[in-house]
Write a protein that binds this ligand. Structure first.
Ligand code: GTP
Ligand code: NAG
Length: 378
């Protein structure tokens, strides 16, 4: 009788849908490392992990940092991205909704364990010690009652989903809460393709179109990402000389591949100098008859440098002149007709993945016209 029922089910439900929808239990975490670019890259690994464990992923807000000491800001995932589309790939629920609606019954206060790899000096995870750890969970009213060190459980490395299911079955562990993202940075190459499920929502795309109209940004538009603040430039200068052959830095795989088989990150590609920027912008602007150059940057857009070398008719705008935030910058770079990105930046890597998903080409500063790694491989 049972097998007949199962057979009927198989006939009416496509097997792939059945496999991906059959989840039990939840996975929740704090995206406590890095800023948007890093959090977004780790998100792909967490999505893959939730899928392997067949658990619904509780989608956290993005964490951003204002001035030092000013605390954190939380931006709900659904404000810019389409949760329905993500849910079609794997069951997800927004964190606020999970905490307000489901956790009182599923994960009541008093029963909450937090997972970390191993104990700190005081024998705990210290899951809420420091920024953003404490403020993040506090924003959802979550306290932890005990700590679970998964590094102590035989075989429970993050990659081994069988031992996770054996050690932490969902009937006894309805919710797995992680003090940080259970995923690597940079992302594993095999997880990058999951980005196609991380799509902007229609309201946000509409607001970007309005922004382009209001500022009269005529196509074709060239987007340029200049990642050049003092910390980043210093990190490139300090870390590059120590980089072993074949090793990458930050998200440099997007240009050179995960094992740097296409070359190695250099100062020219990590913090492109003025001559390199001018050469690359002018070459692309000329060949594509670019009418607008949009420079997204965390620091110096170098607009006067670029204007001097460009025809009068080209319009130059930047993060500063438009007053855009990080999401708008990522959105505009994604929608541009052509881009020059930064090989090391995880924000650039996000833009690259979004453009790949939309079938738009990407180029990189300092790569002499090359398109980086993986256009065919992903
Ligand atoms: N608004 C805006 N912010 C930017 C831009 N570039 C970088 N940022 C900010 O700086 C953060 C880090 O930049 P990434 O390019 O991701 O750098 P990363 O070195 O890969 O990551 P971190 O280790 O977080 O610095 C981003 O997540 C943004 O918050 C930009 O063009 N516009
Ligand atoms: C999200 O995606 C779904 C499925 O593609 C679509 O029907 C819906 O309109 C989208 N919603 C928003 C807010 O973008």
């Amino acid at each position: 009788m049972l097998s007949l029922f199962a057979l009927v089910l198989l006939l009416v439900v496509p097997s792939s849908a059945l496999a991906s929808r059959s989840v039990s239990g939840y996975l929740i975490y704090c995206p406590c490392m890095g800023r948007f670019g890093n959090q977004a890259e780790q998100f792909l690994g967490v999505l893959a992990f939730a899928r392997q464990l067949r658990r619904t992923l509780v989608v956290p807000p993005w964490i951003s940092y204002g001035r030092p000491g000013a605390g954190i800001d939380l931006t709900p995932f659904g404000r810019h991205f389409n949760l329905t589309k993500l849910d079609a790939a794997h069951p997800v629920i927004d964190m606020r909704q999970f905490v307000d609606k489901l956790s009182p019954a599923l994960w009541p206060a008093g029963s909450r364990a937090v997972f970390c790899h191993s104990a700190r000096e005081d024998g705990t995870c210290q899951a809420k010690v420091g920024n953003p750890f404490g403020p993040f969970w506090d924003a959802f009213g979550v306290n932890f009652d005990r700590d679970e060190f998964y590094g102590n459980t035989a075989g429970s490395s993050l990659g081994d989903s069988e031992s996770w299911q054996r050690n932490y079955p969902s009937n006894r562990w309805p919710v797995l809460a992680f003090m940080g993202a259970p995923a690597s940075f940079p992302a594993q190459p095999k997880h990058l393709g999951l980005h196609r499920h991380v799509a902007f929502n229609e309201e946000f795309l509409e607001s970007l179109n309005l922004l382009m109209e209001a500022n009269d940004l005529q196509r074709p538009i060239l987007g340029v990402h200049l990642r050049n603040n003092v910390d980043f430039s210093r990190a490139c200068g300090t870390l590059l000389p120590q980089l072993p052959a074949g090793a990458g830095l930050f998200s440099s795989y997007q240009c050179f591949g995960p094992s740097s088989h296409l070359g190695q990150l250099s100062m020219k590609t990590c913090v492109p100098d003025d001559a390199t920027i001018l050469e690359d912008v002018n070459r692309l602007a000329k060949s594509l008859n670019i009418r607008t150059v949009f420079v997204a940057t965390d620091f110096d857009a170098k607009l006067s440098l670029m204007k001097k070398a460009a025809p009068e008719a080209v319009k130059f705008v930047s993060t500063q002149t438009l007053g855009t935030d990080v999401f708008q910058d990522v959105g505009l770079l994604t929608l541009a007709d052509a881009v020059l990105l930064n090989c090391a930046s995880s924000l650039s890597a996000f833009v690259r993945r979004s453009r790949d998903a939309a079938g738009r080409p990407s180029n990189y500063l300092g790569l002499a016209g090359a398109t980086g790694w993986g256009h065919d491989e992903l």
